[in-house]
Design a protein around this ligand. Structure first.
Ligand code: FAD
Ligand code: UDP
Length: 384
């Protein structure tokens, strides 16, 4: 008999498994329908021998010391600061938009002290910032919106920015300085041996049994367990009783080139040309030295694995209906990007699971007071 059946071996599930097994002495079965652990962060060596990320580039960054230190027990870190260029008007310019972007794009000679006033002149006034279009128009104005955001967002989500919550494009800040980094978090690093190795360490405990290639619905009746941690899509758990929650998918196309370097930075975004949104060259992320190089092109699509919850009011409304159902199940805990329908980065998912573990422990020890000792939740994307 297992104490916990954990559905999903991504960060949300693996962190729960590790905590429950090593801190609470629980016996855990963690099951994933894929043929590997690691969820969307799974990486592997391709046929050329280059470390690639099967489900698109995953760059770790966080402002949470708790999360960074916790994961640091299972991996060494390799410092890495991601830089992205956007292909706009035949040029490759830095994104997030900053002083360098404006000067390169428009042939200006602005100083840092002049950027705010310059952008203020371009910006459109908005009484209320509700949509992803509002966010961008009200900070950088229409020309930059059209050059950097409109086409990319349409490709990525198959929605106009005016149809998406403000939170989506608000992930990308505007900077008045020359900081070309994609993120500004305190901790920016990659697991030195890759994510899969990190997960092998996380799950390396005698109380944890791992089962892959199995949908939990096919095995849950045949194994004994007391409680469940569920990290798959929340609508699937409830057999889509209120209808399907929209998740955006992506087709990842990998190519290996017989040259040591393919492009001039880790990722190049293509807001306006091509059906793909961005191209990422993995050796920048891993630091691997190899005579060849592998890249991934991201083609967003409607069908396929559920990668992105789609942040817009009607979807939040539908999710709330499912969330009410989750509250009727005291022995099933929902955590992670798919189970709580939140556009979370890895560090936020790790924090969410660490928090849930503390909540479960607090409930077990003090069911009456219901004291919850949460860890500080990383709330920003760190690109600001
Ligand atoms: P997942 O990793 O999706 O794990 C859920 C697991 O549950 C999956 O392995 C799935 O197979 C399994 N599962 C689902 N249903 C069942 C079932 N019925 N039975 C058994 N198993 C099931 N975050 C960052 O911080 N930095 C980045 O650079 C970054 N880049 C990203 C790029 C892309 C293209 C995508 C899609 C996401 C990116 N993220 C990034 C976000 C990151 O992937 C997530 O925050 C994180 O992986 C979520 O972990 P999770 O455990 O909640 O979900
Ligand atoms: N975005 C954009 N142009 C860009 C980069 C991002 O319009 O060059 C918008 C787009 O809507 C995207 C969102 O900002 O989905 C968030 O971008 P991020 O790079 O954080 O996306 P992720 O890495 O999560 O796919």
């Amino acid at each position: 008999m297992f104490d916990y059946l954990i559905v999903g071996a991504g960060f949300a599930g693996a962190v729960m498994a590790e905590r429950l097994a090593s801190c609470a002495g629980k016996k855990v079965l963690i099951v994933d329908k894929r043929n590997h652990i690691g969820g969307n962060t799974f990486d592997y060596y391709d046929t050329a021998g280059i470390l690639v990320h099967k489900y698109g580039p995953h760059i770790f960054h966080t402002n949470s010391k708790d999360v960074y230190d916790y994961l640091g027990k299972f991996t060494e870190w390799r410092p890495y600061e991601h830089r992205v260029l956007a292909s706009v008007d035949g040029m490759l310019v830095p994104i997030p938009i900053n002083l360098n972007t404006l000067n390169e794009l428009y042939g200006l000679h602005l100083q840092a002290s002049e950027v705010e006033a310059y952008l203020h002149l371009q910006a459109e006034e908005k009484a209320i910032i509700k949509t992803s279009e509002d966010v961008v128009l009200s900070t950088v104005g229409r020309d930059l919106y059209q050059k950097f955001f409109r086409g990319y967002t349409k490709k990525q989500w198959d929605l106009d920015p005016s149809e998406l919550d403000a939170s989506v494009t608000a992930r990308i800040p505007v900077r008045f300085n020359r900081d070309n980094r994609y993120f500004t978090d305190t901790y920016q690093a990659m697991p030195a041996q890759g994510y899969t190795k990190l997960f092998e360490q996380l799950l390396n405990h005698p109380n944890i049994k791992v089962m892959t290639n199995a949908d939990y619905k096919e095995i849950e009746d045949s194994i004994g367990y007391k409680k469940m941690i569920y990290t798959g899509p929340v609508d699937y758990y409830f057999d889509y009783c209120y209808g399907k929650l929209p998740y955006r998918s992506i087709e990842f196309r990998f190519t290996t080139f017989d040259m040591p370097v393919f492009q001039q930075t880790g990722t190049i975004n293509y807001p306006n040309e091509h059906p793909y949104t961005r191209v990422t060259e993995f050796k920048y992320l891993s630091g691997q030295v190899h005579p060849k190089t592998s890249v991934v092109y991201e083609f967003p699509q409607a069908e396929g694995d559920p990668y992105y919850p789609v942040p817009r009011p009607e979807n939040a409304e539908l999710y709330r209906k499912y969330q009410l159902l989750t509250r009727e199940l005291p022995d099933v805990y929902f955590t992670g990007r798919l189970a709580t329908y939140k556009y979370y980065n890895m560090d936020q998912v790790v924090a969410q699971s660490l928090s849930l573990f503390k909540k479960i422990m607090a409930q077990a020890e003090a069911p009456v007071t219901n004291a919850i000792n949460t860890i500080r939740f990383p709330s920003t994307n760190g690109k600001g």
